[in-house]
Each structure stands twice: as C-alpha cells, then as structure tokens.
Design a protein around this ligand. Sequence first.
Ligand SMILES: Cc1cc2nc3c(=O)[nH]c(=O)nc-3n(C[C@H](O)[C@H](O)[C@H](O)COP(=O)(O)OP(=O)(O)OC[C@H]3O[C@@H](n4cnc5c(N)ncnc54)[C@H](O)[C@@H]3O)c2cc1C
Ligand code: SF4
Ligand code: SF4
Length: 648
Amino acid sequence: MNESPNPKKLTFRRFENGESMWNWDDLQEKIFTADKSHKCPTYIHRAPPCQAGCPSGHDIRGWLAIARGQDKAPDGRPWQAYAFDRMVEANPFPSVMGRVCPAPCEDGCNRNEVDDFVGINAVEQYVGDWAIDNGLALPKPEAETGKKVAVIGGGPAGLAAAGFLRRKGHAVTLFEAHDRLGGMMRFGIPGYRTPRDRLDAEIDRIIATGIEVRLNTRVGTDVSLETLEADFDAIFWALGAQKGRPLPVPGNDAEGCITGIEFLDAFNQGWVFSTAPRVVVVGGGDTSIDVASVARRLGHITKRAEKDRAGSETMGFEAHDVAGTMAREGVKATLTSLFPMAKMTAAEREREDALREGVDIRDSVMPLEVISEGGRVTGLRMCACDMKGMVPMPREGTEFVIECDMIVSAIGQMGDLAEGLARLDGGRGFIAVDGVYRVKGTEKHFAGGDIVKPHLLTTAIGHGRIASEVIDHFLDGEMPEKRPKIDVHHFRLLEELQQRHLEPEAYDHLQKRGTSEADFAIHNWDDRSSSHVVPHTDLFKGHFSYDPREHRAEIHVEAENVIGNFQERIQGLTEEQAQHEGKRCMSCGLCFECDACVIYCPQTAISRVPKKERAIGRYVETDYAKCVGCHICKDVCPTGFIQMGLGE
Ligand SMILES: Cc1cc2nc3c(=O)[nH]c(=O)nc-3n(C[C@H](O)[C@H](O)[C@H](O)COP(=O)(O)OP(=O)(O)OC[C@H]3O[C@@H](n4cnc5c(N)ncnc54)[C@H](O)[C@@H]3O)c2cc1C
Ligand code: SF4
Ligand code: SF4
C-alpha cells in the first residue's frame, strides 16, 4: 500500500514559471487555422496502467467508474453491489486485498503525473467490507459440466481457482493440509493485518458456491498423487512455499535459530504467547516485518502464576495457553536487511509502522555467523555490506555482534514437495509451468501461486484466475497455447451493450455498400486493451486540477503501548471518500463522458449518442462528412480514448 501522510504536490504544470497568460497566437493557430488531414477520430479502448499492473487482473477503471456514479447498475442496485460484482470477476478477496496488497496498481496510476495516485486499494477495501456487511454472495454456476477438478492448497491461489472453476460449473474438491483454509493469509499474515472475521467471510462465500473441502488432508501422504490422477479430470496445484530458508551461515543449527514461517505458523495456530527477550530477524520483506512486529506485540513473559506453567517451551518461546496473570516485558526486536532501507522489499508503510512500534531496523548489513553457547544462540555476527545486484559484498573492518536469544531467518521460502510429490519438482522445490500454467511435461496438471514463484497475494490470485480459464478450456478439449499480453479482466463493450439490451443486430451476411449505417457493427471502435497500455503522455492532463487523495485513517501503535496490542491499524474510507476517489480516476483509455470533444470540435462534427442508445464506451459519435481531420478532439480528450485514424 502506498499510503503517505502528505499528499504530493501538483506535478503537472499548465504554465511555466513566469507565464501569466495563454499564448493566444498559438491557441488561435491551433483552433481556427487548424490542421486538415484525411484522418478522423476513432475510439480506441486501451488498458489503463493500473489494470495492467494488477497481477490479479482487476477491472479497476471499471469499478472506479461505478464508484463515481458514471456507470450505474442496469437493475438499480446500490453502486457498492455493482462494483463488488465487477471486482469478483477477477479477485474474490477485495476486503483482504484492500488491506494488505502493496498495490502495484497505484505505482503505475497515471494520476501520479497530475498530483497523486488514485486510492485504488482503499476503494477496494471499502467495497469489500460493504459486501461482507451486506451479506453479498458470489454467483453460483448456471449448469453442471460433469467434470471433476482437484485443487490442492486452500491459500489464495487455490481458493481463487476453486471459486472460478466452480462458477464455470465444474465439481471442485479442495484439499488442505491445515485444519482451516486461507494459507498464508491466515498462517503467515497476523490477524491485525488480515482480520479473521473479514478473511473468514470472503473464504466462506467462495465455499458456499458448492465446493467440497477436505481439511487436514495432506496430498502426497494422506491422499496419493496417483489417486488424484485416477479420480479427477484436472488437478491444480497451489501448495504455496511452506518451507522457510535457513540462514546460509555457520552455526545456523543452534537451538533458537528458526525460520519466519515456523514462527508465524506457530503464532497464528495459537501456540505461541511469548517470545525470547532479544530477537534478531534477518530479512527485509513482509515476513520479516511480521515476525518482528508480532514479537514486539507478544513481549516476553517474566512472571507467571503456577497454574500457567502447564505448557511446553519450544524454539526459545513459549507454547501454551495463558491466563491473564502474566507480567510481560518489552522484547528487543532487531530487523536486519542486506538492502538499504528504501530498497527493502517490505512496503514503506509496513516499515514505518514497524519503526514506530519500536523495531530496530538495521539496513545494509549481512549475517556472517551464528554465535552460540552450549548449543543455544547467544548472538549474530554481522558486518556492513554493499549490494552488487543480488550479491552482498562485505565491507572490511565493519564486523559487529548483535547479542540475542533467538534468530529468525526470513530470507525467502521454497516449496515442500518431499513426501509423495517429488515427481512434481521442477527444481529447487518449485513446480515448473509453461506459459498457460500447465505443469511442464504433464497433461492434466496445472499449478500457480507461490509454488511456482513466491510473490504476492494478488499474484497468487491472478494465477488461480488464469489457470481456471485454461483448465476450463482444457476440459472443453480446446487447450490454449498462449495467453494475451495484458492478461487481466477488461471492459467489454459487447457485454456492456448486452446488459443494457443495446447489442448490435445479428449480421445478415448480405453484401452492403459501405457499413456506416449498418446496425450489426460498432463503428470506428477498436479494442486494443489486451496489448496496449495508455501512457500519461496520451492524456490531456490540462483537464484535471489538483485534487488531493483521500487517506484512510490509521491507528498508530507506539513503541510504549505495543505489547498485547493486536488491533487492526487501518480504518476504511467512508462512502463519500470512496466516491471521491472514483471521481479522481482519469479513466485512462476509455471515454468518461466529459463532453470536451463535443464542445471543442470547430466543425460540430462530434455529438452525443442519443440517450436511449448510450452505454459506457458509446457516448460520442462523429459525423465523418463534417470532420476535417483537425485532431482537436484528440488533443482535448483527457482519457486518450480518441485516436486519429481512418483515411491515412
Ligand atoms: C509472513 C508473510 C507475510 C506476507 N505478507 C504479504 C502482504 O502483506 N501482502 C501480500 O500481497 N503478500 C504477502 N505475503 C505473500 C502471500 O501471502 C503469498 O504470496 C500467498 O499467500 C501465496 O498464495 P498460495 O495460495 O500460492 O500459497 P499459500 O498461501 O502458502 O497457501 C498454500 C496452501 O496449501 C496448503 N498445502 C501445502 N501443501 C499441501 C499439500 N501437500 N496438501 C494439501 N495442502 C497443502 C498449505 O497448508 C496452504 O494452506 C506474505 C507472506 C508471508 C509468509
Ligand atoms: S489487488 Fe492489489 S494490485 Fe490489484 S487492484 Fe487491488 S491493490 Fe491494486
Ligand atoms: S487514473 Fe484511473 S484509470 Fe488511470 S491509471 Fe489511475 S486509476 Fe487507472
């Protein structure tokens, strides 16, 4: 997430310093003398950079148009319900994503070139929460196909794939090794980031579409790969990366050296209630921040009543149930990163929170050796380093030791294909897939999510969505060989026209003289959204004024009150704020009905489509008999939707 406390300044300038008026000569030249060409406006739908940058494939521009009230539900439902329908076409977890997705969509948003990005992630959370609070369901399949698909792994990739496959009418069985679904959304990310009531609601909604779930079932040991092959028409592997990488330094087998995945899994299973007094976490990504922040929240138990002494102590921290009789002390949590602070992979906001909560972050340092006494960790020898690509280069004479009682390695993860699944190993514990997510060298095995390449929730969900489409085609006997370049959920004019009963007439296959009047065609519209992204240079940014972004309120947890504080920190937008963010969206690549081309065309060649024929993306039309090809309409189009084409 890219929440920054201060909105950026206006970055787009209409005037240079010192200019006080328009250069009228230039403008007159442009408008009245005008250009003449044989080109005329065409209406070109292209992908906005936000959408192209969302790995799950959200139709972001589409649901922001719904939020601002431009695109209204044909059946009069509330805008939030209509936006929710659009969101879950691509991603069934808007409430979770709106909280923890680092929002690559916002980095690419063209509004960054005007003032500040659109708060896409915050709108996603608002709609996701509204949908839960109002009990919205996912659509159920219209008909059963009779095909059976096994999905292995109940994390975001597996749940997304299961939901989309079910929606297409296939019978889906979901196998999960844990006793609950959610994968790293539950057993990795702590509850103050993905609140469990929100997570449960989004998972339950998927399962309610009619998915059979087998919990506590590890495929490979409890059920064999061969059994699955015999029982199912297709198999989707979404196992995640369940093994943390140990520190690659001498002494890493000392007692008190664990991985971040082990630590967080134990904590999220409810087995850990206290940690060692001095913890060093080696990493720099999301996992390391979560470990250090959880350690600060847990604190270290110093005194306890006899009745609380029932549990076992493992890995340097305690694993037993507690009553409220314990005295906790703050934990000294140090997080180390090979990279300088600004280049750490954890989101800026998470780093800021960790610092505020009292985590000591040491950047540009590398571990050299685990120091132990009697087999137990007592310190970590480190030195300053510079990164050469991905390789740390030690700086001579900078060695130091951080004294500690526990060292947590959070330097990456890998898959666990040991027992019964070795056949799937495509190298280094991961599954190798081709361009359409089919497991290399197999026929009916597909895979996605972290078991292919560890990344983000949104990426895992995107893999699940795309693989479900591929599997659907495969089950239909039409296996695709490749996918579109921009593989996301796009606006489809035909669907838009169909839902408003405005679709073109059926083609009569009779020869016509020209097609300008024919009702079976949509004139001068082209859909290039699967291959073209609209750059900000194609927008008329002078149309937009400075309009600061709505920020979500945040509860800041300070170092002195972090112990025992497991409350959520982000507070969602209000309806008005979410709608305002919808209005800030510049609708890159698709008409947003501003009338600029109608107003500025000196030939009055452009007019609005009659009201009863209007739809999103079909708002203006050109009288080509009047058009002189001056391209003013293109110049003033804020969205880059108009491109000069035709009579070249
Ligand atoms: C601590 C931590 C914090 C993170 N924070 C963020 C964040 O803030 N934002 C973000 O976008 N991403 C974050 N990530 C990354 C994100 O969680 C993962 O990319 C994502 O969960 C991967 O989804 P997945 O479905 O591929 O795998 P997982 O979520 O790992 O789910 C895989 C599931 O498969 C099950 N399974 C494994 N093997 C078997 C088997 N043989 N049989 C049956 N079931 C099996 C597992 O029990 C698990 O439930 C974080 C990851 C971690 C570890
Ligand atoms: S899932 Fe992430 S990348 Fe996609 S729209 Fe939401 S915040 Fe943006
Ligand atoms: S302005 Fe709107 S359509 Fe354009 S990139 Fe940003 S969110 Fe997407």
